[in-house]
Ligand binder design. Structure first.
Ligand code: PLP
Length: 412
C-alpha cells in the first residue's frame, strides 16, 4: 500500500508533458460540443419558471417533434441514456410483463438488466454480436406468443459496443407480419441525428436518445419520444415512479415537464444544437455522417488487409454511420491502442465493451465532425497503431481521401 502511494507520488511529480493544439475526441459519446453550443451554455442561470426560460423551453419541445419525426410527445429528463431507458420502460410495462429484446451487444445487455431489475421478464434472441437483428426470428417469437404476454419489442438500433446497426423497418415489418400488438421501442441513443429514423412513418412507438451523442450537447439530458399508441397505453398502466411518469409531465403548467428544476444550461445548448441541425438540414446531417463514416470504413478496410485487424460488424451494410468497432489480434490490448493514441497522438478512441473488453477499440464518428477532423483522427490512429508495431495494411488514408474527393458522394 505504502509502496503504491510512493510510486504514485513519484509519477505525479514528473513534469507533465506539454501539449499543444487540439485534442481529438473520437469516443462514441460524449461527442464534440461545438463552440456555438458551448457559448450558448456560457451564461447565467435564469428563473426556470419565468417567461424567458418557459418560451425557450417551449420552443425546444416544439422543435424536437420534427427531429423525431413524430407528432406525439417528447419528454426531457435530467438523466443520461440509462435514465431514458428506464423512462421508456416505466411508462409502458409493469412487473410481470414480458418484453422481447433481441441481443445486439453490450447495450442490449444493459437495457435487459434494467428491465429485469424492474421485474420485467425479458425474452431474447441470441446473437454473435457481429450481426444485425434477424427480423425472421422476431416474427417467429411474436407468432409463438399466443397469449400476448410480450408487451413491447425493444431494439437497440445501433449498438455502440459492436458498431452494428439493425434495420428498424424490417423489425417493424416482422411485428406486423406476426400481427402482434406489442409496442415497438427503440434505443436510438447512438443513431439519433446521424441516420434517418422516422417514428411516425415507420410506426415506432417510443424512441430514446440522449443529449451527448448525435445532438452534440453536454451529457445530462435523456429524450424520450412517445407516439399516440404508447401514450394511450401509458395511461392504462401504473407507472413505476413519478419522476418518469409521462402523465405527470403532461400536466398543463409547462414547468411540470421537468418534474423540478429544468437542466437549463443543457436546454440552452440543445436549442443552439437544434438550430445548427436546422441550418444544415436533417438530410445534410445524415449525408455528412454517411460520407465521413464511409471514409473511416475505407481506411479501416485497408488497415485490415494485413490480416491483424478486423471489422467487428461482419456485413458491410450493417456497419454503423456513428461508430466503427475494430477487433484487435492476439498480443495487442485495447489499452495499448488507446494509450498510444491518446498520449502520443492526442486522439481519444473508445475501448472494447462487454465481451470485447480488452479486445477491440472503437472510432466514434458521430456528432460535430468534418473532413479534416476525421482524416486527422485516422492519420493519428494509424501512426499510433504503427508505433505499437501492430501490422496494418497500407493505403488507408489515401482511400479515405480518394473517397472524400469525389464530387458525387453524399452531401456534396
Ligand atoms: C451511450 C449509449 C447508451 C447509454 O447512454 P448513457 O448516457 O451512457 O447512459 C445506451 N445505448 C446506446 C446505444 C448508447 O450509445
Amino acid at each position: 500500500m505504502n509502496a503504491d502511494v510512493t510510486a504514485l507520488h513519484a509519477v505525479s511529480t514528473a513534469p507533465a508533458p506539454v501539449r499543444r493544439g487540439r485534442e481529438f475526441l473520437n469516443v462514441p459519446g460524449p461527442t464534440n460540443i461545438p463552440e456555438r453550443v458551448l457559448r450558448a451554455m456560457n451564461r447565467a442561470a435564469i428563473d426556470f419558471s419565468g417567461p424567458e426560460f418557459i418560451d425557450l423551453s417551449k420552443s425546444v419541445f416544439h422543435d424536437l417533434k420534427p427531429l423525431f419525426r413524430t407528432d406525439g410527445e417528447v419528454f426531457l429528463y435530467g438523466a443520461n441514456g440509462h435514465g431514458g431507458w428506464e423512462a421508456a420502460l416505466a411508462n409502458t410495462v409493469v412487473a410481470g410483463d414480458a418484453v422481447l429484446l433481441p441481443e445486439t451487444g453490450n447495450f442490449s445487455a444493459g437495457w435487459t438488466e434494467m428491465a429485469k431489475s424492474m421485474g420485467v421478464e425479458v425474452v431474447t434472441i441470441p446473437n454473435d454480436r457481429r450481426h444485425a437483428i434477424d427480423p425472421n426470428a422476431v416474427e417467429d417469437i411474436l407468432r409463438a406468443d399466443a397469449d400476448r404476454k410480450i408487451k413491447a419489442v425493444l431494439v437497440v438500433h445501433t449498438d455502440t459496443a459492436t458498431g452494428v446497426t439493425s434495420d428498424l423497418r424490417a423489425v417493424r415489418a416482422a411485428i406486423d407480419a406476426a400481427d402482434h400488438p406489442a409496442l415497438f421501442m427503440v434505443d436510438a441513443i447512438a443513431s439519433f441525428a446521424t441516420v434517418d429514423i422516422q417514428m411516425e412513418a415507420w410506426n415506432i412507438d417510443v424512441v430514446v436518445t440522449a443529449s451527448q451523442k448525435g445532438l452534440m450537447c453536454a451529457p445530462g439530458v435523456a429524450l424520450v419520444a412517445a407516439g399516440r399508441k404508447a401514450l394511450a397505453h401509458a395511461e392504462t398502466i401504473e407507472t413505476y415512479t413519478q419522476y418518469w411518469d409521462w402523465g405527470f409531465r403532461r400536466q398543463k403548467e409547462h414547468y411540470r415537464r421537468y418534474c423540478g428544476t429544468a437542466p437549463e444550461h443543457i436546454v440552452f445548448g440543445l436549442r443552439e444544437a437544434m438550430d445548427m441541425i436546422a441550418e444544415e438540414t436533417l438530410e445534410g446531417v445524415f449525408a455528412r455522417h454517411a460520407r465521413l463514416a464511409e471514409a473511416v470504413r475505407l481506411c479501416v478496410g485497408k488497415w485490415c488487409e494485413a490480416g491483424a485487424l478486423q471489422f467487428n460488424a461482419v456485413v458491410p451494410a450493417e456497419r454503423s454511420n456513428a461508430v466503427t468497432t475494430i477487433l484487435l489480434p492476439e498480443g495487442f490490448t485495447t489499452d495499448a491502442v488507446r494509450d498510444v493514441c491518446r498520449d502520443q497522438f492526442s486522439v481519444s478512441v473508445g475501448g472494447g465493451l462487454g465481451h470485447l473488453n480488452g479486445r477491440a477499440f472503437r472510432i466514434g464518428h458521430l456528432g460535430d465532425n468534418n473532413e479534416p477532423m476525421i482524416l486527422g483522427c485516422l492519420a493519428a490512429v494509424e501512426a499510433g497503431l504503427k508505433r505499437i508495431g501492430l501490422p496494418i495494411g497500407e493505403g488507408g488514408l489515401p482511400a479515405a481521401i480518394d473517397w472524400l474527393s469525389r464530387p458525387t458522394i453524399p452531401g456534396r
